[in-house]
Design a protein around this ligand. Structure first.
Ligand code: T5A
Length: 211
């Protein structure tokens, strides 16, 4: 049986890390082998790139460098980790993927969409089968993320940046309703968990039915 590729996306503090564990448990309970990973990161090289991208010391990093770095991490991730796992029949669950580059480097930083699409086509053409977008008002997400302590280089951006990130995520979800499921992440955690569990169950059932 072929593997499936699921991604979790959303702004800061949306609850991706919290929900990732739930999705994994849900799949494992159905006897599915799951590889859990993240971006930037997921490989030795990718984690080194992540440290560079998020380091608040790199205040002079230009948006072109940032875009190329996240795609360098992703090119390695796809070839070293994601594609081999899918080929082996495992499911891959990633905390962020290419939609994050459209949202952060496109929406947040203003990099042209065509440039991101060209990088995607060349460096990371693999598309997720399902993307769960955890959507919530920016102020709420920033408050949750802020409660955790010191901000990384991107978390230190202002509310306007994160409003643009959110807008691009929502536009992408509206443009691809077959792949995206929007989850209202402003709800209490138990309700968010129930909504995510229902979407994952429905997706697995479709997969089992051979769709
Ligand atoms: N990036 C990434 C790019 O710019 N371009 C790219 O191409 C890629 C791939 C990565 C950073 O890199 C950027 C985006 C990011 O800035 P990250 O670790 O993936 O970093 O992203 P963060 O958004 O920083 O991750 P966070 O850890 O902040 O957010 P999560 O994982 O969404 O949130 P989580 O689960 O840690 O929850 C935050 C807090 O809120 C609570 C949790 O308990 C936790 O304390 N919480 C809730 N509280 C109440 N109600 C709920 N429903 C809650 N859900 C969670």
């Amino acid at each position: 049986m072929s593997g499936r590729f699921i991604t979790l996306e959303g702004g800061e503090g949306a609850g991706k890390s919290t929900l990732l564990a739930l999705v994994r448990e849900r799949l494992v309970a159905r006897g599915i082998e799951v590889v859990v990973t993240r971006e930037p990161g997921g490989t030795l090289l990718g984690e080194a790139v992540r440290a560079l991208v998020l380091d608040p010391g790199h205040q002079r990093m230009c948006s072109e460098s940032e875009l190329l770095l996240v795609f360098a991490s992703r090119a390695q991730h796809v070839r070293e980790r994601i594609a081999p796992a899918l080929a082996a029949g495992h499911w891959v669950l990633s905390d962020r993927y290419t939609d994050a580059s459209y949202a952060y480097q496109g929406g947040g930083r203003g990099q042209p969409i065509e440039r991101i699409a060209a990088l995607e086509a060349w460096a990371a053409p693999l598309r997720p089968d399902l993307t769960l977008l955890l959507d919530l008002p920016v102020a709420q997400g920033m408050a949750r993320a802020g409660a955790r302590g010191a901000a990384d280089r991107i978390e230190g951006e202002d509310a306007g940046f994160f409003e643009r990130v959110r807008a691009v995520y929502r536009e992408r979800a509206a443009a691809e309703p077959g792949r995206f499921r929007i989850i209202d992440a402003s709800q209490p955690l138990a309700r968010v968990c129930a909504a995510v569990a229902a979407q994952v169950d429905a997706f697995v059932e479709l997969h089992e039915a051979g769709a």
